[in-house]
Design a protein around this ligand. Sequence first.
Ligand code: ADP
Ligand code: ASP
Ligand code: MG
Length: 417
Amino acid sequence: MARIVMKFGGTSVADIDRIRNVARHVKREVDSGNEVAVVVSAMAGKTNELVGWTREASPMHDAREYDAIVASGEQVTAGLLAIVLQSMGVNARSWQGWQIPIKTDMTHGAARITDIDGSFLIKRFTEGQVAVIAGFQGISPENRISTLGRGGSDTSAVAIAAAVKADRCDIYTDVDGVYTTDPRVEPKARRMAKISFEEMLEMASLGAKVLQVRSVELAMVHKVRTFVRSSFEDPHAPGMGDPLNPPGTLICDEDEIVEQQVVTGIAFARDEAQISLRRVADRPGVSAAIFVPLAEEHINVDMIVQNVSEDGSKTDMTFTVPSGDMDKAVHALDKVKAEIGCDSIQSETGLAKISVIGTGMRSHAGVAATAFKALAEKGINIRAITTSEIKISILIDSAYTELAVRTLHSVYGLDKH
Ligand code: ADP
Ligand code: ASP
Ligand code: MG
């Protein structure tokens, strides 16, 4: 017997037929004698619709009310799945975040889970009940519904798995695992049997939305054995109920991976915007003057490039933010422009960041040069570059996203043959 948390994403629960199929996956695990808790997302498109309504009601709205609205999608799915499970003879009950409770901080719209007492769910296990939990939501210290940021049901699932000390957390989605890049963009992408926590963290942070970043962090810290697998497969296909190695991709410690590649995968993020502050006075404190106001607005600044003039008195500061945050960022900077003492603030959308990821880069030289050469041969202009020990990120015009992803995927030998 194992204790398993099963999470089903939006496309997996998009309609009642799919919910029935999901229920068959759940029943398979229950019938094998496992203790099961289920985490569900809103039906595909539902959260976008809810977000759209909040914006239509007022573009600048109270984040607490945003959460009250957008959390509702998961509530519907949890109830529906509980009904379908009950109709199949499975003892199931739906639960909202506040009932567990899944405690979070106050950052409405992007809250972090602060605590989950596993005893409530463990009691459900001992009663032989399958708890169907609304993902993506929790409860704030002010007793209000909070949400965990887009894609947050993954994080709900991993956090719950950690809290109940589950043997496994299975993230069921519309792909059968983690691929070397998004298979929707590169059909030659290969599915990986395993990927290390660190690499998955980079992939997710750099745009591979298959898992929410925070879920990978939690899995890494709490050593949750997490599998990414498909909900669309026949629940009774051979191997589906394998307790140790179910089909899919296992996110695990680096030392569990025998065959280490130099480059593991390519991630990309469209919708990047670039902001450049021209001729900023080059003196101590200037970076703080620029970036502290942005941090206060919760704007995620990414690539930062600073270029000092010949006499060292002035500097150009260029950085990227998500497109959706660009206006807010420029507005925040306008307010401190006099303090920064720059000539102008320029901004531009329509950019994409392509990243090459692999722990093998630690011990291999020339990985970056290969990327630059390959992109140059395709006539793709590079606007900015950042690197870390295990990744290289390149900023380009977003019109070249697909071409750049496929070019890099191929040049590092990741294409499936
Ligand atoms: P869910 O609704 O189940 O949470 P998501 O849409 O959030 O599903 O995540 C699954 C999607 O992630 C896939 O359909 C795929 O297009 C995308 N994706 C991006 N990068 C990758 C990758 N490297 N491997 C697998 N899927 C990826
Ligand atoms: N429904 C939420 C979203 O679309 C959470 C999730 O699906 O993980 O972002
Ligand atoms: Mg998701």
